[in-house]
Ligand binder design. Structure first.
Ligand SMILES: [Zn+2]
Length: 313
């Protein structure tokens, strides 16, 4: 893990490169070479961060049940259940599909711009604290950045920690039925930690991966089996060459069903003689990691130095 923190200049280049190459991280979205062709007006908004005229977009008063997807890459972005009427002239949502939308400071220095996490296409801006709904959040999105599919996406979330999050994400994001993945930090006490802070081993956080998946296509048990089969669950406070509590093996469960599934699999491994060190902990806040850690092996083209598959069940 020694080389994971890049000098500022290099990480900045990677982050620009990731937007330039429009990297691929979502099974349901298209690969960059297959992105949908955009009209000049769509390009003005989606690529050049323009804004459509208020009260002119086709989704402002759209009320069908389904999923709003990215015009450029088809990634699912918003659910109709999170749409509300802010009477502002653009479609508004108080939540996004987990991991689907990226927030960055706008070039005006004050507003927060929202982008499709998959392709980097401009969506609009997000505003907090306006009191429209209980979530106190308004994603103000250009209709022209969206398509609509009359299909409801059923999603579940899982959080796994098993050493260097690059490799954990690499293994999980390949699974059919995984909608999105994000590497980050959880389980500690320091809010909004940076990679460098977590590296000190004093924040209590583990490097972890948040997985959003469609339970109709892949079960939590399948993902948890893969988690156990792509790291050494008997190693305490480390994984492979990475030593420290931030590299511990831990499942952060989000429901009693997830907890029961994990307990069942741990028991199966213990019955096979493994001294499982994996901790089982209720999920707490997940802090997304820095851009240059996301989709690391997709961007670098490499393969994990640990996290190879080993059949254990
Ligand atoms: Zn997109």
């Amino acid at each position: 893990m020694r080389f994971k923190w890049f000098p500022k200049q290099i990480s900045k280049s990677i982050s620009i490169l990731s937007l330039t190459l429009l990297f691929f991280n979502c099974n349901q979205a298209q690969e960059p070479m297959n992105y949908n062709k955009l009209t000049p007006e769509e390009q003005r908004v989606i690529l050049n961060k323009g804004t459509e005229r208020p009260f002119s977009g086709k989704f402002e008063h759209h009320e069908e049940t389904g999923t709003y997807t990215c015009k450029q890459c088809d990634a699912p972005l918003y659910r109709s259940g999170d749409k509300f009427d802010a009477q502002c002239g653009w479609p508004s949502f108080d939540d996004e599909i987990p991991g689907a939308v990226k927030r960055v400071t706008d070039s005006d220095g004050s507003r927060t711009e929202i982008l499709c996490s998959n392709c980097g296409g401009h969506l609009g801006h997000v505003f907090l604290g306006e009191g429209f709904t209980s979530k106190n959040t308004r994603h103000c999105v250009n209709s022209i950045s969206l398509n609509f599919e009359p299909v409801e996406i059923n999603m579940e979330k899982a959080i796994f920690a098993s050493g260097c999050f690059w490799g954990v994400e690499y293994q999980l994001q390949k699974v059919d039925g995984v909608i999105s993945t994000s590497v980050g930090y959880t389980g500690g006490f320091l809010p909004n930690p940076t990679y460098k802070q977590v590296c000190t081993g004093t924040t209590g956080h583990a490097e972890a991966v948040e997985v959003v998946f469609d339970p109709k296509k892949v079960s939590y048990e399948t993902l948890t089996r893969l988690f156990f089969e792509t790291h050494d669950p008997t190693q305490i406070d480390g994984q492979g060459p990475d030593i420290g509590t931030q590299y511990r093996s831990e499942i952060f469960y989000l429901s009693n069903d997830q907890k029961a599934t994990a307990e069942k699999l741990i028991k199966l491994l213990e019955d096979k003689g493994l001294d499982v060190a994996t901790a089982l902990t209720p999920a707490v806040e997940f802090f997304h990691g820095e851009d240059y850690h996301q989709d690391y092996y997709i961007k670098s083209g490499g393969t994990p130095y640990c996290h190879a598959y080993t059949k254990r069940f």
